[in-house]
Design a protein around this ligand. Structure first.
Ligand code: AMP
Length: 287
């Protein structure tokens, strides 16, 4: 296997499986971190969490065309394999799986995995087909690698719940581990898409996390979610966001609508547009 930037790179499912089989034969535990690349410290925190729980960590970089809608940023999504490989090597990752589109979706490919329930609403309502694209590629990646555990960020909270559901429903023998969101000092969640922001937009962006914290504080005082979320959306527009897709309080596990904080953990989730970027964020609230 050729190395790029100091880490071994597998381009094919066969090469990935050969390496993982070898590790298994040696009795080593394997962790897997799927990504779309343009790596930052949020991704690397998943690698570090994998190293704490397993002997070997595999990361994948694949910009999955199936999860982008028409008019979304698939063609301009940042691609920087050498830099990503160097970052992974620095974090202690053992193998980079970087397949091409033809390896993942060969001619004749005809299967889509659709997860109901948690996929509906929020980003699922605004990005038709997005979570089917995510579920299909994650199901493939997990079956290709067959790690002991796979790590996903809470940054994409709805995605994390979709993947938990997928793995449970299809009996995929992989433990799903959620990892807390890594943020800049001013609260902005690290994201590959933050590089789309101008200096002025970057100054405005932390308002997204700030309004989520305000909703959480209001819920803690017993105020109704609907009023708090409406006010949060208005605050985002006042701060300079172009439009707000949603600010909502949901049950943290099922993502069903929640009116107040009573008895069960909630998650407050938001998506909003700022310049040419669509930013998402979320935080948890304990009862
Ligand atoms: P992506 O490359 O955006 O598909 O993300 C790959 C993985 O990294 C997903 O599980 C994300 O949830 C996770 N991730 C992205 N940003 C962050 C962050 N700021 N903190 C923690 N995990 C993150």
């Amino acid at each position: 296997m050729r190395a790029v930037g100091g880490v071994a790179v597998a381009r094919t499912v066969a090469a990935l499986r050969t390496q993982v089989r070898e590790w298994r034969a040696q009795g080593l535990g394997v962790a897997f971190v799927p990504t779309m690349g343009a790596l930052h410290d949020g991704h690397l925190s998943l690698v570090r969490a994998g190293l704490e729980r397993a002997d070997r960590v595999v990361a994948s970089v694949f910009v999955n065309p199936a999860q982008f809608g028409p008019g979304e940023d698939f063609s301009r999504y940042p691609r920087q394999e050498e830099a990503d490989a160097a970052l992974l090597a620095g974090a202690g990752c053992h193998l980079l799986f970087a397949p091409g589109v033809a390896e993942m979706y060969p001619p004749g490919f005809a299967t889509t995995v659709t997860v109901g329930g948690v996929s509906e609403g929020l980003c699922g309502a605004l990005r038709p087909g997005h979570f089917a694209g995510v579920a299909t590629v994650v199901a493939k990646l997990l079956l290709q690698c067959l790690p002991d555990i796979a790590l996903f960020g809470e940054k994409d909270y709805q995605q994390l719940q979709v993947i938990r559901r997928l793995v449970r429903d299809l009996d995929i023998p992989v433990g799903v581990v959620g990892v807390p969101t890594v943020r800049e000092a001013d609260g902005l969640a690290l994201s590959s898409r933050n590089r789309y922001l101008s200096a002025e937009e970057r100054r405005i962006a932390p308002a997204l996390h700030r309004v989520l914290r305000e909703v959480a504080a209001g819920l803690g005082r017993g105020e109704p979610a609907l009023d708090l979320c409406r006010r949060a959306a208005e605050d985002l527009l006042a701060a300079g966001f172009l439009s707000v897709d949603y600010v909502e309080a949901r049950d943290a596990e099922t993502l069903s609508a929640a009116g107040k904080l009573e008895g069960r953990p909630l998650r407050i989730l938001a998506a909003a547009r700022l310049g040419g970027a669509r930013l998402i964020d979320n935080i948890g609230v304990e009862p």
